[in-house]
Design a protein around this ligand. Structure first.
Ligand SMILES: Cc1cc2nc3c(=O)[nH]c(=O)nc-3n(C[C@H](O)[C@H](O)[C@H](O)COP(=O)(O)O)c2cc1C
Length: 208
């Protein structure tokens, strides 16, 4: 990996005035130096059918290709019925198949979410964290960016206007970029798996 960190940003809402899309656009403007966020829209992803997983539609191939090219993921989830929306889960499932050809495995990730309610997607984010374990993604733990009361944190044009939320997102992105650099193998040591490196770091050891 070069020192420039490429983050792929995905928001789990197709809604025109989505708060979560707005939060992702805000994040794009808050990335640290030497990093960038590219956006992927889930609109074109059809419903997953395991019959088609070995010959997926072009939109799914494009999604997997964009994930492969990224160093890290930023997933922004709404909360639907205390969990993540179907459109997001559907895309996650496409991109982890067929077995042995997951696009997600080994990458760094960060999550956040926005809701008009008081809990700010906390419940959905915990479900998402659990799903990311199944995908073998290495998710940054803190800070938790749960954007509650979204109607007052964005203006009518979808701009994030709440300074403390901007600072939290900035901190999350800084942690994501730092984490990505720490767990990504240097070009000369690609035989060291990301998983082994992360385990070393989590147990207090230095990366190989
Ligand atoms: C099917 C459905 C279920 C929802 N369930 C929850 C929920 O459990 N918790 C919550 O805070 N908001 C819930 N909401 C409200 C969403 O947070 C709200 O629609 C939000 O704006 C969706 O995100 P978006 O603005 O990015 O599209 C639900 C909305 C829908 C359509």
């Amino acid at each position: 990996m070069s020192s420039h960190v490429r983050i792929l940003g995905i928001a789990g809402s197709l809604r025109r005035d989505s708060y979560n899309q707005a939060a992702l656009r805000a994040a794009k403007l808050l990335v640290p130096e030497n990093s960038e966020i590219d956006l992927f829209q889930l609109d074109g992803i059809p419903l997953f059918n395991e019959d088609d997983e070995k010959h997926p539609p072009l939109s799914v191939l494009e999604l997997k290709n964009r994930i492969h090219r990224a160093d890290a993921l930023l997933i922004v989830t709404p909360e639907y019925s205390y969990s993540i929306p179907g459109v997001l889960k559907n895309a996650i499932d496409w991109a982890c198949r067929p077995q042995g050809d997951s696009a997600w495995s080994g990458k760094a990730a960060a999550i956040m979410g926005a809701s008009p309610g008081a809990i700010g997607t906390a419940r959905a984010q915990y479900h998402l964290r659990q799903i990311l374990v199944a995908l073998n993604l290495f998710t940054v733990n803190q800070p938790e960016v749960v954007i509650a009361d979204a109607a007052h944190r964005f203006d009518e044009n979808g701009n994030l206007i709440h300074e403390p939320t901007k600072q939290l997102i900035q901190e999350l992105l800084k942690n994501l970029v730092d984490w990505t650099r720490r767990i990504s193998p240097a070009p000369e040591s690609t035989s060291t798996s990301n998983f082994a490196t992360a385990l070393q770091l989590l147990s207090g050891g230095a990366p190989a």
